[in-house]
Design a protein around this ligand. Sequence first.
Ligand code: 5GP
Length: 177
Amino acid sequence: IDPVSYVRSAIRSVPDWPKPGVTFRDITPVLQDPRSFRVLIDLFVYRYMRQRLDLVAGIDARGFILGSVLAYELNLGFVPIRKKGKLPYRTVAEEYSLEYGNAAVEMHTDAVRPGQRVLLIDDLIATGGTMMAASRLLQRLGANVIEAAAIIDLPYLGGSAVLRKTGLPIYTVCDFN
Ligand code: 5GP
């Protein structure tokens, strides 16, 4: 079995969560099994080891798990992109719209320096709103966002296509339809 199929088969689909009609793609089994966890992280390591990155930026909260392990393996620093109101120092925020209302992501103003080559990572791209806001935030701080990566894309929602149209390179390990 190839690495992508190995990771994909470890993802658990939970019907009707968080609400009826929605199928949640749960990555906790991928992390729980040491083999799928390693295969997953190694897919990212091999993709990015020759990219001369400066930093990995992970999105709250599952992007922290992936991003910190990947940053450590690539010998890079890690910076968190947090939900609003969690960071203690000076921050910049970027709002985005959810199905109901708004949300915002936040970073410390000194988290990246202008021109730094940053990899953005989260677990899943749905509408793309979270990735878009995170990438705008990084760009406002002067970062060069080399790619936005996730384990899962939901292509039927069109988020990854919209992100690519803005010129942001996207990499996802697998799709669910
Ligand atoms: P978007 O902003 O692209 O619509 O939603 C993506 C964000 O919502 C990500 O931060 C992701 O963690 C979370 N998310 C939405 N649906 C799912 C899902 O089915 N599984 C997982 N693991 N995360 C999801």
